[in-house]
Unconditional design. Structure first.
Length: 529
């Protein structure tokens, strides 16, 4: 939590918490001209300017997907946290709205969630419209600096105008710090039909805590879970809890997502998850997962280095087999020093999570939302071929989507993958190696990495779970990022990179043994800005 300490000077805090100071730099929604700087993603959400980290307050209401986010409008590094705000009707195009929540004398507005209070249990509703309620962590930097251990508590705010303006509840905090929990944050709240109450899951250093409430204002501690289970290389942050139906069955499992920093699968930040049952009081992990998450092992939603703090949308109009999710496309190891200046960092693509089964138990697959297909501008089909060494696929645009199917050799050691290149002799590789049955991402030669020793320190890898000889690659490249959804999203890797000129050439490469390419399609994608 070192990044917090630099911002704790109270004089600075008081200045920054003055809404008029922040409002001066607040987003002007009409100003959309600035989305074409070097490295600026063209079909991912990124803030119009300055710093962003976690997605917050994800809720669907009245035809709009709300995306709030951790935001510091006065600098391109982390600082006193606000909730920035954008909305979308299709999860592809985003409209920037003014900042939703400002820090105040109680503290910064840390991560949290939002819900539609359909039954107006909170009493904040007006007329017939249910209010939107945001629940967030109040992080008090003055108490932190003064050496206390209780600087984080939970507050709520409500909106009766479709999320455009928010009023903080006068009775905050609704969940005070128990007294000595240094990390006590990131409330993710949901209505639990089984127990007929609101349930919030909080990250409390090395475990999660479940609390229950009839009205979002008075809360009661229900249970704790997670100490000694799963990955614990860092502090637990940004949890989520939701039911998910197994397709084609009556089985509904509960998914508990726990983000962790550091301690991720390839270093730094990462998103792990657990699958089991929740009875309105306690989470119980499936028995067959127990030995897989002992000894500090995690099961990861995304094995790339740049997918963190992911959580899901409340009330998204989806069947119970699918859950809508988005993450922050960066890593605390280097997020504040990546070579962008006008803005820093972006969200991942919105994804739908589904359950699938393996010999080891249930797992989550991730699928980019279908609505992204509207961005396809033109497509290029590549004929079936044998990849023997290198197969040149020619020029590529800086924003494209690739679908590709290979037939893997029966035996022997080989690796097969994509190679992106530019004129400056920089290259990025992503693919699969049979030797360890893992996917790899190699950004060691992919451009600027002087800003951090941890950025290009080696290969990043992910296990292949599918045993199918047909290997399907579905990947999105957006100027300075890649998202790989391999084997129908059963292995996912998200990585960023900073080529000094855009990658504009693509090759397929097979080493060891020739590999059959069955088909490939490259789609040029439109910019959303
Ligand atoms: C995760 C996190 C959260 C916290 C927020 C502060 O990236 O550390 O735990 O609420 O960022 O910006």
């Amino acid at each position: 939590m070192n990044r917090y300490f630099g911002f704790c000077l109270s004089i600075f805090f008081l200045w920054a918490c003055n809404p008029s100071a922040s409002e001066k730099t607040a987003v002007n929604p009409a100003d959309e001209t600035k989305y074409h700087e070097q490295y600026r993603p063209q079909f991912h959400f990124s803030p119009p300017q300055q710093w962003m980290n976690d997605p917050n307050g994800l809720v669907y209401f009245d035809g709009e997907y709300h995306l709030f986010y951790q935001h510091y409008p006065d600098s391109n590094v982390w600082g006193p946290m606000h909730w920035g705000h954008a909305i979308s009707t299709d999860l592809v195009h985003w409209e920037n709205l003014p900042i939703a929540l400002y820090p105040d004398s109680a503290g910064y507005i840390f991560s949290g969630s939002a819900v539609v209070d359909h039954q107006n249990t909170s009493g904040f509703g007006e007329g017939n419209q249910p209010p939107l309620i945001a629940m967030y962590t109040i992080h008090d930097p003055i108490r932190e600096q003064a050496g206390h251990n209780d600087w984080e508590s939970q507050g709520i705010a409500y909106s009766n105008d479709r999320g455009r303006t928010w009023t903080k509840y006068s009775g905050n905090p609704v969940i005070p710090n128990p007294g000595n929990e240094r990390d006590f944050r990131d409330p993710k709240v949901r209505w639990d039909e089984g127990s007929n109450q609101w349930i919030v899951v909080l990250a409390v250093q090395d475990h999660v805590a479940f609390w229950g409430s009839p009205d979002l204002k008075s809360w009661q501690h229900l249970s704790d879970w997670g100490t000694g289970i799963g990955a614990h290389g860092g502090v637990w942050e940004c949890p989520d809890l939701f039911p998910l139906k197994y397709p084609g069955s009556d089985v509904t499992k509960w998914v508990l997502i726990v983000n962790i920093n550091p301690g991720g699968p390839n270093g730094g930040s990462g998103s792990q998850y657990f699958i089991g049952e929740f009875d309105g009081m306690e989470f119980k992990m499936d028995d067959n997962l127990a030995n897989q998450v002992s000894d500090g092992q995690g099961i990861w939603l995304d094995y790339g280095k740049d997918d963190y703090a992911g959580v899901t949308w409340a009330d998204a109009p989806l069947p119970p087999e699918r859950r809508l999710w988005i993450g922050w496309m960066s890593n605390w190891e280097y997020a504040t020093v990546v070579p962008t200046t006008a803005w820093r960092s972006a969200c991942t693509l919105p994804r739908e999570l589904t359950l699938f089964q393996t010999d080891l138990g249930y797992r989550l697959a991730s699928h980019p939302v279908q609505a992204l297909q509207q961005l396809r501008q033109d497509s290029r089909l590549i004929d079936a071929a044998v990849i023997d060494g290198s197969l040149d696929l020619g020029k590529i645009p800086s924003t494209f989507e690739l679908e590709l199917e290979l037939t893997l050799p029966d035996e022997g050691n080989f690796s097969v993958g994509l190679l992106l290149e530019n004129e400056n002799m920089e290259s990025y590789r992503i693919g699969y190696s049979s030797e360890n049955n893992r996917f790899y991402s190699d950004r060691t030669q992919a451009g600027d990495h002087r800003f951090s020793d941890l950025f290009a320190e080696g290969l990043h890898t992910a296990p292949r779970l599918s045993t199918n000889r047909q290997l399907k690659i579905h990947a999105y490249f957006d100027v300075a990022s890649v998202e790989l959804f391999a084997d129908d999203g059963t292995t996912v890797m998200t990585e960023i990179y900073f080529p000094t000129s855009p990658f504009n050439h693509l090759k397929l490469q097979a080493e060891g043994i020739p590999v059959n390419l069955n088909s490939a399609t490259i789609y040029t994608l439109h910019s959303i800005w």
